[in-house]
Ligand binder design. Structure first.
Ligand SMILES: *[C@@H]1O[C@H](CO)[C@@H](O)[C@H](O)[C@H]1NC(C)=O
Ligand SMILES: *[C@@H]1O[C@H](CO)[C@@H](O)[C@H](O)[C@H]1NC(C)=O
Ligand SMILES: *[C@@H]1O[C@H](CO)[C@@H](O)[C@H](O)[C@H]1NC(C)=O
Ligand SMILES: *[C@@H]1O[C@H](CO)[C@@H](O)[C@H](O)[C@H]1NC(C)=O
Ligand SMILES: *[C@@H]1O[C@H](CO)[C@@H](O)[C@H](O)[C@H]1NC(C)=O
Ligand SMILES: *[C@@H]1O[C@H](CO)[C@@H](O)[C@H](O)[C@H]1NC(C)=O
Ligand SMILES: *[C@@H]1O[C@H](CO)[C@@H](O)[C@H](O)[C@H]1NC(C)=O
Ligand SMILES: *[C@@H]1O[C@H](CO)[C@@H](O)[C@H](O)[C@H]1NC(C)=O
Ligand SMILES: *[C@@H]1O[C@H](CO)[C@@H](O)[C@H](O)[C@H]1NC(C)=O
Ligand SMILES: *[C@@H]1O[C@H](CO)[C@@H](O)[C@H](O)[C@H]1NC(C)=O
Length: 838
């Protein structure tokens, strides 16, 4: 022990200074980055017998340099664990070992990844001979082990616990007590128990999985009873020193071994490539000779087969709640994708129905937006849906089922929605650009990018097709009217909405754009209808932007657009109905019952998730630009255990930015009180401006009142029953800053909660809020990091006092009711600006 510590101390001192020697153990206050360790290809830690190394290394398969902190099996160069798999860092970004654990920060010192909070201070970081990266305390007790946080690889000696999943892109390995299940986008395509080589030894539930040179084992919690095993063909054990199981992003779960300088794959699950859901891309057909092709009537798109006829588009799946009824079913038609075929899910799900005819089978599919096609078994009349995502199809000889299916894919005929008179007019063009890229890794990969632009000359008042103009007023680029094809919401007639709203009788809110009414559709579903007013000349553009954006964005924390309506100059949006209304009403209204702390946490996290999704989860980065309680809507489901749902609305006013575009916005919008300082200066608006507004909202959630308010002075120390109560202007963010400095967080909580808030959670929220409010946008965390901090996955950063001092004087300025320059704003901004409190 003494020797070990002495050695650890020694090597720990050597490494940071030279940056060249491998070490077996590292002490805190250690920093690494790729540039520091460039001589040793980023490696700085080695296991005692040199089998494994830990390194900050580049993934050679990627075009851009992207660096990961990984544990690598040295001889075979196999990555067995990665800390920041989904968030690569640059060559100069750092890994830090402190007494609190390991942290990876990016070039702006933002936390990308970190170990969870530990029970006692770290004394060493070690990599052992089985490949486990371990943080030990002074008593040599393990505080954290990489084996407990596996990514996609299981090595000899490691246990994969039930409940911990492997992820690799769209694929997932799910360990249940009784089986190991492979899933694609949440849909099962293989079970370990189905494999010919799998044997069940015990009926007890399994507790963990492990792998060794004989095979894959599921053990009971006693650690010795084998529940399930998949045995490998005997491996030449001489010189065998490394066995691992890995889930690839190609959907294959493999067991490989390394021995005698050779890496050999010993087992693949599922054994048959053709049943892997994305093996041939969307609608690609995996033939008996294991080649991929597109069914007739389709040709190669980007990783998928698309209808040759450009007017046929494939609908996107809905998300559970925005289902549509039978009234829309006639807008779909079905294209045959083959006979004597099968689809991965038919062995794992129940059919929609049995003993029905094909037209009824298709009708059932048309009535459900999560159904994207059907597999119809002619002999039994069974009808299976293709759900949520379309995978590859395969020859029925690979299927388990006895049945041959005929496949049909749901399509929409774009042209049938268009006013026939517009089709005869000029100006309809269709262009297809084919691009062939050759990549060097592993031979030739052909990527055919087909970009179909449908150019339409807009006709005033024509129905169906909605046109979105991309680019701002200042943009010099040609005005391209891009037909929004997929996800186009349902178009309603004005009369339908008038009936549904009982002639706009029940107003339930007024957003930035106009009044919101409650409506009941003929199928008895309740929706919200937003009547857009005050739009002026910009109206049509904003309206179309909002439709196109909302219609194509699906996230549990974002309000869904169900439809729209155009009548003359009037515009309506049909939106998901949220029965509790907006957060400002629920929280600031003295009449309504107090929001409990747990609900506030859910609201804070839900809102953060919504923004994180807008900022990085969608194809285009979307800046909300108007984050405030009015735009956070709540719903309590009476049937689902009173479940509280939190959704953001009004992201239609945000701008659409392509990833290449700068993060600058030229048009200013927003609501005073939530506007980041950069709105007032000439610096650019970015997603970090939303982070600022979110910080403001977070403080309001903690306190349950507006950040800027007038309240009765309550100075307890000088309180005298005779003194007349005095009105006091209060700028809460400043109070929060002061209480943070004195660590008196609980005093900031809404007094109406009467102490029903956990003090460490209050501290967390306030600190996160202050991090979000920092003056310099780059110091504010990303919304994804905010989510991580709120959920406790990431340590909460320490806000810099120098970056918050502006609040002291900003608060003063608010008291003087400064007017904000609205240069660059259009008319709507004035309208929204008006909204603030005295
Ligand atoms: C690490 O650095 C901090 C601050 O510089 C110091 O307080 C601490 O003692 C150092 N820890 C070790 C183990 O050197
Ligand atoms: C390194 O140690 C591990 C665990 O003790 C052992 O399985 C492996 O064979 C050793 N490798 C070498 C090259 O000595
Ligand atoms: C310290 O840890 C190492 C490996 O992690 C172990 O082999 C050794 O026995 C431990 N020593 C003590 C005193 O617990
Ligand atoms: C692998 O583990 C099983 C179950 O513990 C055991 O029976 C078998 O001997 C082990 N094989 C090797 C090569 O260690
Ligand atoms: C097993 O591996 C050893 C060392 O790699 C080799 O010499 C031997 O020929 C192998 N035996 C068989 C049966 O492949
Ligand atoms: C298919 O079945 C439905 C419902 O059972 C029936 O109404 C319809 O007439 C059938 N169609 C054909 C072509 O047999
Ligand atoms: C649509 O299909 C999904 C998935 O099978 C199902 O959960 C949902 O209830 C269906 N919706 C309707 C309206 O039938
Ligand atoms: C389906 O079955 C019917 C009668 O069972 C038969 O007439 C028809 O030819 C079959 N169609 C296909 C495509 O096999
Ligand atoms: C698509 O719709 C248009 C207009 O209704 C129609 O003329 C055309 O034949 C349809 N195409 C197909 C393949 O059904
Ligand atoms: C619904 O959306 C959520 C969030 O984007 C996604 O995780 C989930 O898979 C979607 N569900 C379906 C049925 O598409």
């Amino acid at each position: 022990m003494a020797l070990f510590v002495a050695f650890a101390l020694l090597s720990g001192m050597v490494v940071p200074s030279s940056g060249r020697l491998y070490s077996h153990s590292i002490l805190p206050n250690f920093t690494a980055s790729y540039t520091i360790f460039i001589d040793n290809s980023g490696a700085f830690l080695q296991s005692p017998n040199a089998t494994f190394r830990a390194a900050i290394s580049n993934n050679p398969n990627q075009q851009l340099p992207q660096f990961y902190f990984s544990v690598i099996h040295s001889a075979s160069n196999t990555i067995i664990w990665t800390a920041n798999r989904d968030e690569p860092i640059s060559d100069s970004a750092r890994l830090l070992l402190t007494a609190n654990g390991l942290v990876i920060t990016d070039d702006f010192d933002r936390i990308i990844w970190s170990t969870r909070s530990l029970e006692s201070p770290v004394a060493f970081l070690q990599l052992d001979d089985s490949g486990n990266l371990v943080l030990l305390d002074r008593g040599n007790v393990s505080l954290w082990e990489s084996f407990d946080y596996p990514t996609d690889t299981l090595v000899m000696g490691q246990r994969l616990q039930v409940g911990i999943d492997f992820f690799a892109g769209e694929y997932q390995l799910l360990l249940t007590g009784f089986d190991a299940v492979l899933q694609w986008n949440g849909m099962t395509y293989w079970r370990l128990s189905m494999d010919d080589r799998a044997f069940k030894d015990s009926n007890a539930p399994a507790s963990f999985m492990s792998v060794n040179g004989s095979g894959l084992y599921l053990f009971r919690d006693d650690g010795s009873t084998v529940v399930f095993k998949v045995t490998l063909a005997p491996i030449n054990a001489t010189g065998l020193d490394f066995v691992f199981a890995k889930l690839g992003s190609n959907g294959k779960f493999t067991i490989s071994s390394y021995g005698g300088n050779e890496l050999v794959q010993n087992l693949q699950l599922p054994a048959e490539d053709c049943i892997i859901p994305s093996i041939c891309g969307e609608i690609g057909f995996c033939d008996t000779d294991k080649t991929c092709s597109c069914p007739s009537g389709f040709h190669n798109g980007i990783g998928s087969c698309v209808p040759i006829d450009p007017f046929f588009t494939l609908p996107k799946a809905c998300n559970t709640s925005n289902s549509y009824g039978s009234e829309t079913s006639d807008q779909f038609s079905y294209m045959k994708i083959g006979d004597a075929i099968d689809y991965f899910s038919t062995d794992f799900i129940e059919p929609l129905s049995r003993q029905i005819n094909i037209s009824y089978c298709q009708l059932l599919c048309s009535q459900n937006c999560s159904c994207l096609g059907v597999l119809y078994g002619n002999s039994s009349g069974s009808c299976y849906p293709i759900r949520n995502n379309v995978g590859s199809i395969f020859s029925s000889i690979f299927g388990l089922g006895q049945e041959d299916f005929s496949g049909y894919i749901k399509t929409m005929n774009q042209s049938s929605n268009v006013d026939p008179s517009s089709k005869t007019g000029a100006g309809r063009k269709f262009s297809v650009t084919g691009l062939v890229l050759l990549t060097s890794s592993g031979g030739f990969v052909l990527i055919v990018i087909v970009v179909g632009f449908l150019w339409w000359r807009r006709r005033k008042g024509h129905s169906g097709a909605v046109v979105v103009r991309l680019g701002s007023k200042n943009s010099v680029s040609a005005e391209i009217d891009l037909l929004s094809i997929a996800g186009l919401p349902v178009k309603f007639e004005y009369e339908e909405l008038a009936t549904a709203t009982d002639n706009f009788k029940t107003q339930i809110g007024s957003g930035g754009f106009g009044a919101v009414y409650k409506a009941v559709l003929p199928n008895e579903s309740v929706v919200a209808v937003k009547k857009i007013t005050n739009l002026g000349v910009e109206g049509k553009k904003d309206f179309c932007t909002e439709i196109a954006i909302i219609g194509n964005i699906h996230h549990v924390n974002l309000v869904k657009l169900k439809g729209f309506c155009l009548k003359g100059k009037q515009r309506f949006l049909v939106l998901e109905y949220m029965n509790k209304g907006s957060l400002d009403r629920v929280m600031f209204d003295n009449e309504s019952s107090v929001l409990e702390w747990k609900e506030r946490l859910e609201i804070a996290i839900g809102t953060a998730r919504a923004l994180a999704y807008l900022h990085s989860g969608c194809q285009h980065k979307i800046i909300h630009c108007d984050v405030k309680p009015e735009n956070i809507l709540l719903h309590v489901d009476e049937h689902l255990n009173q479940n509280l749902q939190v959704k953001m609305s009004d992201f239609g006013i945000s701008k659409l930015l392509s990833p290449e575009q700068s993060n600058l916005l030229t048009t200013l919008r927003g609501t005073r009180g939530y506007l980041a300082p950069e709105w007032l200066t000439s610096t650019g608006i970015s997603d970090k401006s939303d982070v600022y507004s979110y910080g403001m909202v977070l403080l309001e959630i903690v306190r349950g009142r507006r950040n800027f308010s007038i309240q009765l002075q309550s100075n307890n120390s000088h309180h005298s029953p005779l003194s007349t109560p005095k009105l006091q202007r209060l700028y809460f963010p400043l109070l929060a800053l002061e209480m943070h400095e004195q660590k008196r967080y609980t005093e900031l909580v809404d007094p109406r909660l009467e102490g029903r808030a956990k003090s460490e959670e209050v501290e967390r929220l306030v600190r996160v809020a202050l991090c979000c409010l920092q003056m310099e946008p780059f110091r504010r965390p990303t919304m994804s990091n905010v989510v991580g901090m709120l959920e406790g996955r990431l340590p909460v950063g320490q806000p810099r006092m120098e970056s918050l001092n502006f609040l002291r004087y900003y608060g003063g300025r608010y008291a003087e009711a400064v007017t904000i320059s609205t240069d660059g704003c259009n008319g709507i901004s004035e309208f929204i600006m008006d909204f603030d409190h005295p």
